[in-house]
Design a protein around this ligand. Structure first.
Ligand SMILES: Cc1cc2nc3c(=O)[nH]c(=O)nc-3n(C[C@H](O)[C@H](O)[C@H](O)COP(=O)(O)OP(=O)(O)OC[C@H]3O[C@@H](n4cnc5c(N)ncnc54)[C@H](O)[C@@H]3O)c2cc1C
Length: 571
């Protein structure tokens, strides 16, 4: 029996998340005026939500005899060539994806979607695909924001989307070793709940947590919002199993070993181009007894950045650390619900005018939120130290309320993107990691370049940024771009902004990605970033396990699949 709840927890096929949820803008009286003023528009040109029937879809190009062979592996119910299933696997959840869905310009659909339930079925499908030269695209939650799950181009013999969400079992929880072994298609909430019932946590909470899967996290080298304490996905995986076209490889689940180079690191971040990861053993941690929040307001982003660096270099390890720049802070305030009473309204007005008098100017003041976890003692000691650093760095302490409010809505922001797209706005995100020494230059360069490009294209926009995932030697930086869509050339507009922002990131010493990965969208810059010898070796390693290049071709490695829009001519 088909079970769409297992296959499609992400039920809003044209946007984010659960169809029953939205991000209501009513009751947030400051937001629309803020948006209109920032974008210099008195009104917006809405972009309608799409209808599935309006999207042109070509017929699947798979030989019926091959379909029967696939059915003999996974059962008649384990594959689909319906328009809906193929469309749902044709795009991830980036702005570019959602735009293509809304405009009805989804470029390529998989020819068949297959839903295996066990590793043997995955292996049999990969063997079959090798025999018939079909491409195989592993799909977890489908939340990729880099073009990770769309077919790169219509491949001559057809493509299979391998939806892994039926492989969602917990195989073992070892409370002595603090480990969990699970299948790759398990979504975040299911994995976390299984650990929580035993007093444990994985501590991996990407913003896409509710809909993304273990396999997707590993394949994209993901990083969660609590990474400063719990580590990135690459720190959490002890060992994994991967089905490659040449056979199954298992990496040992030791916490560390010196049995030669650790191949696990090769597979983490491989984005389905080497094989399908089926199981993994992960490090779990005791569930924290307490979370303590503290927030500071700094006069500008620079002061906040310095405080963040000092906090991390002092050895403090908040689970959450997030410093918003002046624009992101302003937008967060604009999104705040109206105060419920006259009394609250008066207090908040007095508070804001006090801050203005003290030099915390609008659009410059930067909010940092820190969330410490662990025993009460640990939380208090760390929070006390952080308060000291915050004050010495010129910050104004706002207490725990901003952090608690952020935590309550931590998975809600992606729903706002749908609302903004409904209004005809381009909303894209870019992220990178950079050394502390280069951070300020990168921040200014990306903001300046993107705003100039928006203006050159004839729109006024805004760039918001925050700093998260800080390490002792550098930090992640996340940008949000918002401007009115250029109707009739929406894709071109996106491409020009993406190129401009990526070039600015790379020229300022940033990485192509800290946690979203490469996919189709970033592949053209891989040679420029990593150099030819590096990529040649990666290609040879891929060809060693995937000699016919059937695994997610075109992603990650330029030159091995048909690449759209390669600005560097890297083929
Ligand atoms: C609103 C939003 C917020 C996000 N926030 C974060 C964030 O905070 N942190 C973060 O790291 N990312 C974030 N992302 C990006 C995305 O959620 C992550 O990349 C996530 O890890 C993808 O998981 P998934 O299960 O959806 O994978 P998918 O999107 O299905 O696949 C991603 C890639 O992994 C491959 N893949 C999937 N499963 C397997 C497998 N078992 N074996 C081999 N390859 C596989 C796919 O082929 C593809 O290349 C966000 C995305 C959105 C839309």
């Amino acid at each position: 029996m088909r079970d769409d709840r297992i296959r499609y927890p992400l039920s809003r096929w044209w946007g984010w998340g659960d169809l029953s949820k939205t991000y209501p803008l009513q009751g947030r009286p400051s937001f629309l005026p803020f948006l209109k003023e920032s974008l210099d528009r008195s009104s917006f040109e809405p972009l309608p939500q799409p209808s599935m029937d309006a999207i042109p879809v070509s017929d699947p190009r798979i030989n019926p005899a091959v379909l029967s062979e696939i059915a003999s592996v996974v059962g008649e119910d384990g594959l689909s060539i319906t328009r809906e299933d193929r469309l749902r696997h044709a795009a991830g959840r980036s702005y570019r994806d959602l735009l293509a869905i809304r405009l009805g310009t989804v470029a390529h659909l998989p020819d068949v979607v297959v839903f295996p339930q066990a590793e043997q079925e995955v292996a049999a499908i990969i063997a079959l695909a090798s025999r018939y030269h079909l491409s195989v695209i592993p799909v977890g939650g489908g939340t990729s924001v880099v073009g990770g799950i769309e077919p790169a181009a219509p491949l001559p013999n057809g493509s299979i989307s391998l939806n892994l969400m039926r492989m969602n079992r917990i195989l073992d929880v070892n409370e002595q070793d603090l480990t969990v072994r699970a299948e790759c298609g398990i979504p975040g909430p299911q994995l976390e709940e299984a650990l929580n019932t035993r007093g444990l946590t994985l501590g991996h909470f990407p913003e896409s947590f509710e809909f993304s899967t273990l396999g997707g996290w590993m394949a994209s080298a993901s990083s969660g919002q609590d990474s400063t304490l719990y580590g990135d996905m690459a720190d959490m995986v002890l060992g994994l199993r991967i089905v490659c076209p040449t056979g199954v490889i298992e990496t040992p689940p030791f916490p560390a070993h010196a049995q030669g180079p650790d191949l696990k690191r090769l597979f983490l971040g491989s984005e389905g181009t080497l094989g399908v990861m089926t199981h993994a053993t992960l490090r779990a941690q005791p569930r924290p007894r307490r979370t303590g929040w503290v927030s500071f307001l700094f006069r500008d982003f620079h002061a906040g950045t310095e405080a963040t660096r000092k906090i991390i270099q002092a050895g403090l390890r908040p689970a959450v650390i997030r410093l918003s720049d002046g624009w992101e802070t302003q937008m967060a305030l604009a999104l705040a619900p109206a105060p419920h009473s006259v009394w609250l309204k008066t207090i908040s007005r007095m508070g804001f005018s006090f801050l203005l008098r003290k030099g915390f100017a609008e659009y410059r003041r930067a909010l940092i939120t820190l969330g410490f976890e662990g025993s009460s003692k640990l939380v208090e000691v760390q929070r006390g130290e952080a308060r000291g650093i915050g004050r010495r760095s010129g910050g104004f302490c706002l207490g725990g309320m901003p952090g608690r409010l952020w935590n309550r809505g931590r998975f809600e922001q992606p729903y706002l993107r749908d609302e903004l797209m409904n209004m005809g706005l381009l909303v894209d995100t870019m992220e990178t990691i950079v050394r502390w020494a280069d951070l300020e230059r990168l921040y200014r360069s990306v903001r300046g370049t993107v705003l100039r490009t928006m203006e050159d294209l004839g729109t006024r926009g805004m760039v918001l940024a925050h700093l998260s995932h800080p390490y002792p030697s550098g930090s992640g930086v996340y940008f949000i771009l918002i401007c009115p869509m250029l109707r009739g050339s929406e894709n071109d507009q996106w491409r020009q902004l993406k190129d401009a922002a990526t070039s600015a990131i790379l020229q300022s010493g940033g990485a192509l990605s800290h946690h979203h990965g490469i996919g189709l969208d970033h592949a053209p810059w891989m040679v420029q970033c990593l150099g030819k010898p590096y990529l040649d070796l990666l290609r040879k390693l891929k060809m060693a396990v995937d000699p016919y290049n059937i695994m997610n071709p075109g992603k990650l490695l330029p030159g091995l699949g048909q690449m759209p829009n390669d600005p560097e001519g890297n083929h």
